[in-house]
Design a binder for this molecule. Sequence first.
Ligand code: MIG
Length: 684
Amino acid sequence: MIQKYRYGHPFETEAVIMPVKDTLGTPDFLTVSNKDTLIFSYEMDKADIVYGLGEANRGINKRGFCYKSFCTDQTTHSEEKQSLYGAHNFLLIKGKRSFGLFVDYPGLVTFDIGYTRLNLLTIEVPDANLNLYIITGPSLLSITEQFRTLIGRSYIPPYFAFGFGQSRWGYQNATDVTAVANGYQSHDLPLDMIYLDIDYMDHYKDFTVNTERFPDFPHFTKTMKERGIRLIPIIDAGVKIEDGYSIYEEGKEHGYFCKKEDGDFFTAGVWPGRTHFPDVLNKEAREWFGSKYEFLISQGIDGFWNDMNEPAMFYSDEGIADLLQSVFSIDLASCHADDMLALRDKINSLSNRLNDYKLFYHNVNGTPVRHDTVHNLYGYNMTRAASEGFEKIAPNKRFLLFSRSSYIGMHRYGGIWTGDNSSWWSHLLLNIKMMPSLNMCGFLYSGADLGGFACDTTKDLLLRFLAFGIFTPLMRNHSAIGTRNQECYQFENCEDFKGILRLRYRLIPYLYSEFVKAALHNRMLFMPLGFLYEDDTTASHIEDQLLFADGLMLAPVYEPNAIGRHVYLPEDMLYLKFTSEDTYEAVPLKKGHHYIEVSLTEVPIFLRKNHFLLLANAADCTANLDNTTFTLIGEKASSGTLTLYRDNGFEKDYDNPSHYTTIQITNGVITTSDPSLHLTAELY
Ligand code: MIG
């Protein structure tokens, strides 16, 4: 059951698509105090587990910390950080009273989950205009499904987006990009996408291509596509101020940029230098910005990543003016260390200042709305702009699209990547912990920068990152300029990567099928163990194993120099130890605690009873995957049905019954609704 409590006059975020009648008052188990702000409190039981918050720091269980929902360009995801790039205000509390809670409010929301007081949850919103949704149901899975139904169907990317992508900030030109394609293909390592970071543009201007670096871009995208590789360019939020640059000129002419109180456009410093922010909360401006993606689509581009859309800014005119004033007011003769430290702090806090977010306005249906009060909707609407643009440019075609910043609701338009992590082992664990909470909030197409973005990676870290990454729908190796080269072929004995990458390709038809079904039925792909084994206290507190799709359990290795790890099995399972993409050992294991050995090139997969794993033959890119020949792995004693979803990979007719094939296994006998399938069963 879903109840909606309305306070004041909420801003219409469009996170929710399902109409729900207002309930008066406040849920009886919450206390609300209403002074200048609105604070909801809930007394937690000692044993309650608090799931949720989507793209947030720390554990699967969010207890013991204070989180701030305020989309932030967070360059270092260390443990004390309270805000990352997304604002996903959904909590799911499991305990004597289990319920889901969604705070639909577009500005700052503070979630103190047992930080100030161990057993007290408080949610603080700076003004009293919001919608609060309370969801109850017979199980955690049912509550999540109801929430997902409330917020609408998740974005479904094209098939190729399930391939492996290589990215790096620093690829300068066609030669660099070609070298990446050659590096992978000459070593027999599969690849589907190469990402273009900001250097492909002309002076970082959105919707331009630097023709010195890419002399014939349409031809280049075409030759790459013939090799099975798609180029995925980045789009940044800020539009460069430059006379004669058409995007700037058009935006200026129509007033499509965010304005200050005095009516002048707000100016922020980002990569292109001084820029204006397109007012994506203004419908007309959004349509205009979205239509601009055509410039690249017409040159053969099928996918994009939207960056810097918190929106991030390095500085503002006002911030610089303020700083200069402080600098010039210093009297060296009388100045104290404190003055100098204050100045240093001022320089360090020039970027992404809250004060700057208070200086500009959106035009929402003719009404000016101050940015900081709706801050969390910017990345969402930039991505929505792109998606709505695609609808017009090619209505039947799916594009790859993901964003750095997001709010719940954006999951209908695109996926997300989790931003600038580091080449740290702890960030591999963070990646594992974040996936289920992202899924709860509808972000199915998501993933981290595998190998780590900042800092120098190591081969073993990259291998372990990839061994988990082969399950994340967005599987991309990305790294920052100035860090060690991180493409798989750059490492000694690069054939070590082959088994893991090729296993990903063997998994793609299954992954894709499970993904589309999860999107259509509002289910999760990654789940905490406690979602299925609710009464198993041990399972419910496990933070480093996940359930995956229909019937798998994952237990990735995330520590350096480990030769294996401990695994807890909540029930008997079949342990599949993949030693390469096509050799594996199948070992039935009993419920309970085990130690498994996992070498650097191996991938452990656990299969639940009465479930089956479907594998294709490996291929060097998604276009070459055979979608009719599969291996089915399971236990002899298992019976079950697997519904396999297949389509042409780019159209949107998901309901077409011909896309669904049922494969039924009963006492080792397989029957299928598609007699042209070539199935080989490997049953143990
Ligand atoms: O200020 O475009 O998160 O993936 O490589 C950095 C350069 C801007 C941040 C993104 C990262 C990307 C980088 N961008």
